[in-house]
Write a protein that binds this ligand. Structure first.
Ligand code: BG6
Length: 512
């Protein structure tokens, strides 16, 4: 396969992780995610030589389209959304192994046709091919698809062998604790847990994985990573964009379900968990669940642990933009929150008394995701007389996106004949050191699922533990309606109530 030049720092890195022969079956093949993320991920894995030799792609969808048309759509998707330009030779190799099955998600005969198609592939190439089912449909059809995968025998294919059937489930994984439990029950009725890969695409981001490497591959952090040295932790996942054309979905979701319950909680778990016994999926996931379970129930009274708000009209990137309720598909009186801020208390030996502040919002000042570890202030007495009493707290910040990297704020002497101090920022940027063509999260996740590595996926009990924490919040907000729903101007850093949540405990949001 053609290879693109690798950045010097990446040369020599191994490509040892090999997947067995696989057929990826995408349910929801004509959907947005398939075009934007999944097909480009498959293409880039192929360009990097990471797909197994016997790789096949089957699109499954309700639309009656031919194999030829599906291939044309997939090619357009690569052209439009791939991080690498479409190379006809590279694409040709995938196109030759791409087919389509049309059918309803609740139609047994469609799954018989799918099974026949998989058998035909195996007969043609003369060997077994593990099926990897990617459920990328609206959640209303997750359950029927799962049931038919069970009833048709596809879910049990090669069970007991390395190359058994696997299933990837897209978000949203339930909309509260009850629905998540129900979905897990349906899944467990059909697949064993080790066959199941619940996606949170934040786990596929390079910098999120780097968090574990920074924490556990460097000796200097672990001794400081606790309540004796850390004052607070702030996690920000801010988006500049508004709700765009996804109003219909977002109205039913809101920020807590869309971002906090899943993505930011994964960041909390990786930041706060104990060192795992090994770098194996179960060891890491056990530690994540353990720390999630140590989080205390949230105080929902006014002045408690939560704040919510909705964006009003404002300015972003020098342009006037509409408020949430003026966006397409949004009810004029909608009380859906587009911003949420949370204060978490973790009741264990490592973290007791260290607040974890989370915030996420649409239409904020700029797109930035970061985890900031704020250390306790140094005693400033030594430098007080020379004007250095304003010593900054050291902050270690993992910038997850954009401009991925790591920075550390240190107090430094200002050159000159007096001893005066100033905080400076020491930074490491991925793009400077490693070049900027990093794989997309979905490339890593699809590859890991093919290989059978569940480390970067959510286990059933992780999803349930997180929903358990937030379901009372959702219920309280639904009951309160507009009462307590704050507003913030589009293009700002969020509402006053979000700032007050920290101010009550003597903290301020950091300006990322
Ligand atoms: C998705 C949410 O899960 O994550 C979107 O549904 C959000 O609303 C997106 O915009 C953010 O992902 P990223 O990778 O752009 O930070």
């Amino acid at each position: 396969m053609a290879d693109t030049p690798r950045h010097p720092f990446l040369q020599g890195l191994s490509k040892h992780r090999g997947a067995p022969p696989t057929v990826v079956v995408i349910f929801g093949a004509s959907g947005d995610l398939t075009a934007r993320k999944l097909i480009p991920a498959v293409y880039n894995l192929s360009v990097d030589g990471l797909l197994p030799a016997d790789f096949h792609l089957v699109g499954f969808g309700r639309k009656a389209i031919s194999d030829e048309n599906f291939r044309a759509l997939a090619k357009d998707a690569v052209r439009e959304f791939s991080r690498r330009e479409l190379n006809p030779d590279d694409w040709g190799r995938i196109a030759a192994r791409t087919t389509y099955v049309a059918g309803d998600y609740d139609e047994p005969a469609a799954f018989v046709r799918l099974a026949a198609q998989l058998t035909a592939i195996e007969q043609r190439i003369g060997r077994e091919v593990q099926p990897l089912f990617y459920i990328s449909t609206p959640p209303s059809v997750f359950a029927p698809i799962l049931r038919h995968l069970g009833a048709s025998g596809l879910a049990g294919k090669y069970l007991g062998q390395d190359h058994h059937a696997k299933v990837i489930i897209e978000k949203p994984f339930g909309r509260d604790l009850g629905s998540a439990l129900e979905l897990n029950t349906t899944i467990r009725g059909v697949f064993a847990e080790h066959q199941v890969y619940r996606i949170d695409h934040y786990l596929g981001k390079e910098t999120v994985q780097d968090l574990l490497v920074q924490r556990f591959a460097n000796a200097i952090f672990e001794p400081l990573w606790n309540r004796n040295f850390i004052d607070s932790v702030q996690i920000t996942v801010a988006e500049e964009g508004g709700v765009g054309s996804r109003g219909g979905y977002y109205e039913q979701s809101g920020c807590l379900r869309d971002m906090i319950q899943n993505h930011t909680m994964q960041l909390v778990a990786l930041t706060a968990m104990e060192p795992p016994g090994s770098y194996a999926a179960e060891a890491i996931r056990d530690e994540k669940v353990k720390v999630l379970k140590a989080i205390q129930p949230l105080s929902l009274v006014a002045g408690g642990d939560v704040a919510r708000a909705q964006y009003a009209a404002g300015m972003t990137g020098g342009k006037a933009v509409a408020g949430y309720v003026e966006e397409e598909g949004i009810a004029p009186g909608s009380t859906t929150e587009t911003y949420a801020a949370i204060r978490l208390s973790i009741n264990n030996w490592r973290w007791q008394g260290v607040p974890f502040y989370l915030r996420s919002g649409k239409r904020m000042a700029r797109r930035v995701s970061e985890i900031a570890i704020n250390f306790k202030r140094p005693p400033g007495t030594l430098f007080a007389e020379s004007g250095g009493f304003d010593l900054a707290a050291n902050t270690l910040a993992f910038q997850l996106q954009p401009d991925e990297g790591l920075s550390l704020v240190l107090n430094t002497k200002i050159p000159g004949l007096e001893t005066r101090t100033q905080p400076v920022k020491m930074s490491f940027r991925y793009s400077t050191t490693f070049g900027s063509n990093t794989p997309e999260a979905y490339e890593r996740l699809v590859l890991d699922a093919m290989i059978g590595d569940g480390t970067l996926f959510i286990r059933g009990d992780e999803a349930e533990t997180s929903w358990k924490l937030y379901t009372p919040v959702l219920a309280a907000w639904a009951a309160a309606g507009a009462e307590g729903l704050d507003r913030y101007a589009a293009g700002s850093w969020g509402p006053a109530s979000g700032d007050a949540l920290l101010a009550r405990h003597g903290h301020l949001w950091r300006q990322p």
